[in-house]
Design a protein around this ligand. Structure first.
Ligand code: 5RP
Length: 245
């Protein structure tokens, strides 16, 4: 149960004390994802067009959506996976072209900073996610506290590439100091491939996003810095912290 508390949310769940073993850590991470996802429901207003992200945290948000569906003008989805889930719950989905703009976009992230810069694309939906984020008036990003970092790059940076450019882009990533690994047997909703770039220390996300965007064959860089989140909801054992507005 979430209770609003001075712009953040306090959870009634008991805090976990002491060292967590890996199973407990996963349970705690899931609970924290859920806290953040449910806190995003309070950003829904009557008559809005809602954009829905992709991933396990976005799934938790979608699971709670049916009771809000009648208040929404339309829902736009960022992936085939989320569209299927929305349909299964009886929520109709429209194409982005059918709406003038998205009022609210809710999605997770793989890493986030207090500057609201993100790495996204762990689930491979980064291109459509970036389009929806760019088309939205407000982007509310929902993460558990394990995703918040000082410097982006511990999580490998996903890059969607045109298949024929894969090895060329991979070489450019090596030149940039990263270790590119092709995401095997994975094809995006757009028919492209993903390269996950390890070992990047992303001190200047704005600059890196600009530079990587210039490489021919790159479709989308999983850095969301130029269009980062407007609000970051961070779920933890002690509640939900709200960054941004
Ligand atoms: C999918 C994404 C997801 O938002 C990101 O991978 C986080 O996923 P999860 O909520 O499962 O941790 O960018 O492309």
């Amino acid at each position: 149960m979430l209770e609003p508390l001075f712009g953040s949310y306090k959870c009634s769940a008991r805090p976990v004390a002491g060292t967590l073993f890996s199973g407990e850590r996963l349970l705690s991470q899931d609970a924290n994802k859920r806290r953040a996802a449910l806190a995003a429901l309070s950003y829904i207003e009557d008559g809005i067009v809602l954009g829905v992200g992709t991933g396990s945290t976005a799934d938790l948000f979608i699971d709670a959506l049916p009771q809000y569906a009648a208040r929404l003008a339309a829902v736009v989805s960022s992936s085939a996976r989320s569209t299927r889930k929305l349909h299964d719950l009886g929520i109709p989905v429209v194409e982005l072209a059918e709406v003038a703009a998205i009022d609210l976009y809710v999605d997770g992230a793989d890493e986030a900073t207090k500057h609201l810069h993100l790495i996204k694309g762990g689930g491979g939906a980064l291109t459509r996610e970036k389009i929806l984020a760019g088309a939205s008036r407000r982007f509310v990003c929902v993460v558990d506290d394990s995703k918040v970092v000082g410097t982006l790059g511990r999580f490998p940076l996903p890059i969607e590439v045109i298949p024929m450019a894969q090895s060329f882009v991979a070489r450019q990533m090596t030149k940039a100091g990263g270790q590119p690994i092709w995401r095997q047997d994975f094809v995006t909703d757009n028919g492209n491939h993903i390269i996950d770039v390890h070992n990047l220390q992303i001190a200047n996300p704005l600059d890196l996003e600009t530079r990587f965007n210039q490489i021919p064959g790159v479709v989308t860089v999983g850095l969301f810095a130029h269009r980062g989140a407007d609000v970051l909801l961070v779920g933890s054992n002690s509640g939900v912290q709200v960054l941004g507005r």
